[in-house]
Design a binder for this molecule. Structure first.
Ligand SMILES: *[C@@H]1O[C@H](CO)[C@@H](O)[C@H](O)[C@H]1NC(C)=O
Ligand SMILES: *[C@@H]1O[C@H](CO)[C@@H](O)[C@H](O)[C@H]1NC(C)=O
Ligand SMILES: *[C@@H]1O[C@H](CO)[C@@H](O)[C@H](O)[C@H]1NC(C)=O
Ligand SMILES: *[C@@H]1O[C@H](CO)[C@@H](O)[C@H](O)[C@H]1NC(C)=O
Ligand SMILES: *[C@@H]1O[C@H](CO)[C@@H](O)[C@H](O)[C@H]1NC(C)=O
Ligand SMILES: *[C@@H]1O[C@H](CO)[C@@H](O)[C@H](O)[C@H]1NC(C)=O
Ligand SMILES: *[C@@H]1O[C@H](CO)[C@@H](O)[C@H](O)[C@H]1NC(C)=O
Length: 721
């Protein structure tokens, strides 16, 4: 047989394979790429962002934080949008601006701040310090560059990965009701909304989960995004382990399910559980009780005997880990059910990819209310109830608890607190002003004045980038208003408006005008005054109208770049040392020789400050299983729910520390021989950090005749591998 004939046969073979492939291909409406990357911040010594609790410092990892990116590209035009959901408390202006700058340089003419939306899940268990405005960095003792860099680098990496795997795809949207996973934490404020409006809704929280399923041209699974409003405050303000809380866990479960055999940082199917209108929505479904007496708190004031500290909401679990598991599993299971049916009963998205973006100076936005009255927003200010915190985490903003002398950052800046002008007092009424942040910029701005507003569109799907925490009713008003614009003026059949909470700028809370009158926490934190929500409704409606009319928006004033001015009072790692007679990584308390399925395995290692190297895209621990060929295979990392990396300083003077690595085994873990490892970096005085690694003894895991695992009654989740 000649060379020519062989080539002919080869060509015929490829043509037939190609045709068979094409027969199975389905029509697709978009190009989609997905990417996920580690954004875990410093796991030791840095204050967690969210509860504003000075003593809540990071001391290990339960679940790593990730950025989940979705690039969606129009098939006809050259328009793309990027939606990113990150496991962080919020997106700061600094994060958004840095990411936009980096993406604009990497993909010239393709991406900038206008078509990239970064939304956050609002976990209260991630290290802070990534803000450029003072008030938001107070509890972290100022700016923490490592926190900012971890977020920016990881988000950019996730978008690069997504951009690198763009492929023809379909998106289907569907929604369903999820009950028992959220409650209103300011029900008395909600009741101040007009009765006629409340009568339109069954509950005082939104209970709808909206989900987008992404499949490729062969109907293979690519990814999903879901939106559901609930605070990520299942882990309470005593937790120091980095965690994505209930939403981070739901993503972890969904991704394990769809990526069998893959470790968390290797997954290709990306599942975001994004945030929505969560302002007044708590996951602590047992509701608030007095910690000392167990009785319900006073509802209107959330106090016990007139004091806030004891009034805390918890549940539904017996402790915060179980509560996280239950609320996370509920979201995961609902999403799985919706995902299955989305491409059968859901709406297949079709139509243009589009976006609008505008910066707005919210400190002085003048506009006309639908009633005809001309009103204005005010310079930012926090009301008194802000300091009281919420029932998810009662306040101890340092100055109210008399601990300001221990917080250096606070003492330096407290001298600059300004007295509100009469105009400001009138504008913010009835809010009694505690922190007049909008009228001071010494040493630099305290809260944002310029806010990003943005809408992304993918056919019938309208993603509304909310620059803060909209309460339930505030979100409903926004959704109704935009649905009306798109369906009536834009003639978009089945327009589906989703609210992407905590996107692009963190401008605190947004309560309705009626809720504002009650001045509970959410209202006290509605920083631009009583007309804040109405201003956003006005702005977003203008933007939606411009979109359906094909008109552009003014760019608006640029937010300031304050990164060169940042103050930081966080002490860097000076040195680490190992106790006399020990090496870094050596077990201090080794594993037992054998365990039964269901046992907790734990090993304490000589460790060092985890800030020496964040181990991004790596792990501080592994659980390895011995294979028949004598090699070790990693089955768990520090990002698995089953493991914990708990760090503690043993002597500040000597620079010694230890790490407790634990693994909750279960009947799903095959019996066999295992070991646990711990890796990190240690720093000698005035030297660069060096890597260390240590291993436990080998141990066996044996089976249980009667199998019981602590979590089985709660979650039916079964990894397929
Ligand atoms: C941002 O990117 C969009 C889309 O490529 C482009 O139309 C717009 O002019 C860019 N804006 C800026 C400020 O660079
Ligand atoms: C946090 O949760 C733990 C249980 O996991 C509980 O013991 C503690 O009292 C809670 N603390 C607060 C302030 O809610
Ligand atoms: C729906 O999606 C699944 C993948 O999740 C695919 O296997 C199935 O063929 C799709 N069904 C239809 C009707 O397109
Ligand atoms: C879209 O809207 C039409 C008309 O309102 C309705 O009949 C149809 O069921 C909707 N489709 C989906 C998938 O919701
Ligand atoms: C509100 O402002 C508009 C112009 O912005 C003006 O035409 C109108 O008369 C004002 N209304 C009132 C009641 O002052
Ligand atoms: C906290 O600091 C402020 C400003 O320096 C001071 O006026 C106040 O008395 C301090 N509070 C306490 C309880 O020490
Ligand atoms: C992250 O880890 C994966 C899997 O080990 C590897 O393939 C990838 O190159 C790493 N990416 C970066 C940016 O380090």
């Amino acid at each position: 047989m000649g060379q020519k004939l062989l080539r002919f046969v080869k060509v015929i073979f490829f043509i037939s394979v190609f045709s068979v492939y094409n027969v199975f291909a389905v029509d697709t409406n978009y190009y989609v790429g997905t990417g996920m990357f580690d954004v875990t911040g410093p796991a030791t010594e840095i204050n967690m962002m969210g509860y504003a609790k000075g003593s809540q410092k990071s001391n290990g990892i339960h679940l790593r934080q990730y950025s989940r990116a979705y690039v969606i590209k129009d098939k006809e035009k050259d328009t793309s949008v990027v939606f990113v959901s990150i496991d962080a408390c919020m997106v700061s202006t600094a994060v958004k601006m840095q990411v936009a700058k980096r993406l604009a340089a990497l993909f010239p003419g393709l991406y900038n701040e206008t078509n990239v939306c970064i939304s956050s899940i609002h976990t209260h268990s991630g290290p802070g310090g990534f803000h450029q405005y003072i008030l938001l960095d107070v509890t972290s003792l100022g700016f923490v560059k490592q926190s900012l860099d971890a977020l920016v680098d990881g988000i950019v990496e996730s978008v690069k990965i997504a951009e690198g795997n763009l492929r023809p795809a379909n998106l289907h949207v569907t929604s369903g009701e999820l009950l028992g996973a959220n409650i209103n934490r300011s029900p008395t404020s909600y009741l101040n909304n007009p009765e006629k409006e409340r009568a339109k809704y069954k509950y005082d929280v939104d209970t709808t989960m909206t989900l987008v399923k992404i499949t490729d041209e062969r109907n293979f699974d690519v990814g999903m995004i879901s939106w559901f409003p609930v605070h990520c405050t299942s882990m309470n303000n005593t937790n120091g382990l980095i965690s994505g809380d209930n939403k981070g866990l739901a993503s972890h479960f969904f991704e394990r399910d769809m990526n069998p055999g893959q470790l968390p940082h290797q997954v290709s199917f990306v599942a975001a559980f994004a945030q929505a209108n969560l302002g007044d929505v708590s996951p602590n479904t047992k509701g608030p009780h007095c910690m000392d007496t167990g009785l319900p708190c006073d509802t209107a004031t959330s106090t016990c005997n007139g004091r806030t500290e004891q009034c805390v909401a918890s549940g539904p679990g017996r402790d915060m880990f179980e509560s996280t598991l239950i609320i996370g599993a509920k979201q995961y299971e609902k999403a799985k059910e919706l995902y299955k049916q989305a491409n059968i009963t859901g709406l297949r998205l079709s139509g243009p990819v589009d976006f609008r973006h505008q910066y707005v100076d919210m400190s002085n936005y003048k506009f006309q209310l639908p009633t005809g009255k001309n009103v204005t927003t005010c310079p930012a200010a926090m009301g008194y109830s802000f300091a009281a915190g919420t029932t998810d985490g009662p306040g101890d903003f340092d100055f109210t608890q008399g601990t300001n002398s221990t917080n250096k950052f606070w003492s330096v800046i407290s001298g600059f607190i300004s007295k509100p002008s009469q105009k400001q007092v009138d504008c913010q009424k009835p809010k009694p002003i505690l922190l007049n942040t909008g009228e001071i910029d010494v040493p630099y701005a305290w809260q944002p004045a310029v806010v990003a507003t943005q809408i992304l569109r993918v056919g019938q799907l309208i993603i509304t980038a909310l620059p803060g925490e909209f309460t339930t009713m505030s979100g409903r008003r926004m959704r109704e208003s935009l649905t009306q614009v798109f369906s009536e003026e834009g003639k978009v059949t089945n327009a589906t408006v989703v609210l992407a909470g905590l996107s692009n700028t963190y401008a605190d809370y947004i309560a309705t005008f009626e809720e504002y009158q009650k001045q509970r926490y959410e209202a006290a934190s509605t920083i631009y005054g009583p007309h804040t929500l109405s201003a956003y409704l006005h702005l977003f409606k203008k933007m939606a109208t411009a979109m359906v009319e094909g008109k552009s928006m003014d760019v608006g004033p640029s937010p300031p770049d304050l990164l060169s001015k940042q103050l930081s009072f966080v002490l860097p790692v000076v040195f680490d040392s190992a106790p006399l007679g020990y090496d870094f990584g050596q077990p201090l308390e080794d594993a037992q020789a054998s365990y039964k399925q269901g046992d907790l395995v734990s090993v304490r290692f000589v460790s060092a400050d985890a800030r020496n190297n964040l181990m991004t895209n790596l792990t501080f621990l592994t659980v390895d299983k011995l294979s028949s060929d004598g090699s070790w295979t990693t089955v768990y990392t520090d990002s698995h729910w089953e493991t914990k990396f708990q760090w503690s300083r043993t002597s500040t003077l000597l620079g010694t520390s230890s790490a407790l690595v634990s693994w909750q085994t279960s009947s799903r873990d095959p019996t066999g021989v295992y070991r646990i490892t711990h890796t990190g970096y240690h720093k000698a005085l005035l030297e660069e950090p060096k890597q260390f690694s240590g291993t436990s003894r080998k141990f066996t895991l044996t089976s249980l005749e009667w199998s019981y695992t602590p979590n089985d009654e709660i979650i039916s989740f079964q990894p397929r591998d």
